[in-house]
Design a protein around this ligand. Structure first.
Ligand code: JAH
Length: 274
């Protein structure tokens, strides 16, 4: 996959050299090219913004540099057309299915707006997707582009060492994942659940599925509606629904006042060791 990123801050995209995304680039699976929008300005001050028509605060990104940049980038490969993505808080919510769809594209172009955004005529002329990564306002689209590119890059063939881990993720089946543990067996007095040490793979799979269902019901009930559920899953959910609410909160975690409340048995409830 080729991904071009147009921004007035190319240095913001430098983290893409690191970790999994960086390795994908070294292997040739992903080719990220960042471009400074100011290269397509023609005035001495390399101006990319201007006052908004209709008044109001802030500045708007001028259409001409964007059109020149996108025209030149698109012309760099006349055999295909890139999918043009604009991160914006006004966009469609970014989800794992969106990431999967973008990962099937051979060529993406990200337009990173700043200030109050990009002149709407550029969006109308060029954007295939306007995407929001959440309901908050950033200083520009660069960080959202990093988020989208990381979510996409890890889905590219050969990027994850173990292709089972992508299929196994939270959201791949519409549910949150079960909690995970590693050594030591006892840490600050808290033991790793016995079933995970039992060697009984079927029992482990059942336990994880139950944990995934409990957690999703407690923390993200909105996800349960769209999840792919078996009859056994529905039976688990009915049993959980019959439990006292405090027990569910304490054993599955619940979101209260914006913070995840971690129940009894969590390391978070224990005092620091002396
Ligand atoms: C802010 C241009 N959904 C996250 C998000 C994405 C983009 C922006 N803000 C938030 C943004 C200013 C200018 C884009």
């Amino acid at each position: 996959m080729r991904a071009d990123v147009v921004t007035i801050f190319p240095a913001y995209l430098e983290p893409l050299r690191l970790s999994l995304v960086g390795r994908a680039q070294e292997r040739g699976t992903l080719d990220v090219r960042t471009h400074d929008l100011r290269a397509w300005t023609s005035d001495v001050h390399r101006t990319v913004d201007d006052a908004p028509y209709g008044g109001g605060p802030g500045m708007v990104m001028r259409p001409e540099p964007w059109d020149a940049a996108l025209t030149e980038i698109a012309a760099s490969d006349p055999d295909r057309r890139p999918r043009v993505v604009v991160p914006t808080p006004a966009g469609a919510p970014f989800t794992q299915s969106h990431a999967e769809e973008l990962a099937r594209e051979p060529w993406l172009v990200f337009c990173c707006g700043r200030y109050e955004g990009i002149d709407a005529r550029v969006i109308d002329a060029w954007a295939d997707d306007e995407i929001s990564i959440g309901d908050y306002v950033l200083a520009g689209g660069e960080v959202a582009t990093l988020v989208i590119l990381e979510a996409v890059a890890r889905l590219l063939p050969g990027v994850l060492g173990n292709s089972a881990s992508a299929a196994d993720d939270s959201f791949s089946d519409g549910l949150l994942e079960a909690p995970v543990y590693t050594r030591p067996q006892v840490w600050r007095g808290a033991e790793v659940p016995a079933v995970l040490r039992s060697g009984d793979h079927a029992a482990v799979a059942r336990w994880r599925r139950t944990q995934a269902l409990r957690r999703t019901l407690a923390r993200r009930p909105d996800l349960v509606e769209h999840a792919e559920l078996s009859d056994a899953d529905r039976a688990v959910l009915e049993a959980v629904a019959a439990e006292p609410a405090e027990h569910v909160a304490a054993t599955s975690g619940s979101v209260v006042g914006g913070a995840t409340m971690v129940g009894r048995g969590s390391s978070m409830d224990l005092p620091d060791p002396a």
